[in-house]
Write a protein that binds this ligand. Sequence first.
Ligand code: ZN
Length: 417
Amino acid sequence: MKRSLFKVVWIVALVAISQVVAAQEYDLLIKNGHLIDAKNKVDQVMDVAVHEGKIAEVAAQIPAEKAEKVIDAKGLYVVPGLIDNHVHVFHGTNQDQYISNSFTSLPPDGFTFRYGVTTVVDAGSSGWRNFKTFREQTINNSKTRVLAYLNIVGPGMKGGAVEQNLGDMDPKLTAIVARQNSDVIVGIKLAHYSGFDWTPLDRTVEAGEQAKMPVMIDFGGSTPELSIETLLLEKLRPGDIYAHCFAHVRGRIPVVDENGKVRSCVMEAQEKGVLFEVGHGGGSFVYEQALPAMDQGFLPNLISTDLHTGSMNAGMKDMLNVMSKFLNMGMPLKDVIERSSWMPAVHINREELGHLSVGAHADIALLKLEEGDFGFTDVRGWKIHGDKKLECELTLMEGKVVWDLNGISMQEWETNR
Ligand SMILES: [Zn+2]
């Protein structure tokens, strides 16, 4: 009698323990959302479970009981946390400096999670002389994952004469600092040089060679103009980036020629592996370039903002607005997402990011595709109309909710009464 009672108690205890364990299997479950994951070629409704900051399971149906918290994502797109491959976030308070450690750069957290962005890559705001300050000031103090291209100019984008100083473009020292900080530095940047001279470009590529990293080239300006064909077909290597691909600025040959045709060297370069990024910015995106290019099948490899105070309140606005522009110019949503997540991850050699495989960082954005009549602007005051616009409902960074516009991860007040 005694023995059988003991047995019953023991079985009840075991069942109770197993239920507790089952209930705690996952921290969080996102149910019924439409998953878009380019790396894994997923474009359908799927459930995603998160545990201890990582993706724990992706399946057509995951029982709600398996998770402590369930988020209903019905009607929303579930995508990898977005990667903005071109921002300026070396925010500081130095006077008389343009982007490097100054007012024109923005502190990242205020301009990322609310747009589904979990990783940004600073595009050369700092150089080898002040990268340490950038790291301590911004990278170490941001919840957003901040990576960087290191500027070939020692003090980075201080503006004016500093960025024209060939004497302070040192490939060796740039490569050393890049290697020493290869956990966060992903490439080398050239920007803003104006002069009929290939030296800055050659030094940047040399630093890239030494550091074994790609380069990002903002072709600057020159009179007469430097040959875009030489740049794309002779100077840049597969994996290098041509920034601001839909710009048309003085001193630089644009990708679309005066007859509205995409130059053959541009197509050829993209085929050989040179990447073209949007880098919209305050002056680098015009429909005169983007619309004919898109029509002729020339698509940017990477969608990015070139975020700074000079772009965010003008034609550019934010990452989702730039992505929505491409959506309304005819790029399918899954391609827009791919160019804002998995493609940049591959390019910057961070293949642990930009996808939702089991075991990956649980950086996830839940996006809503609004329908209506919207206007999308370029940097010259032109607009196009579109009927689709992306908005971010919720962002997870390593499994933690870092943005929740309408409280979809939170409890109803009514249940508290
Ligand atoms: Zn920039």
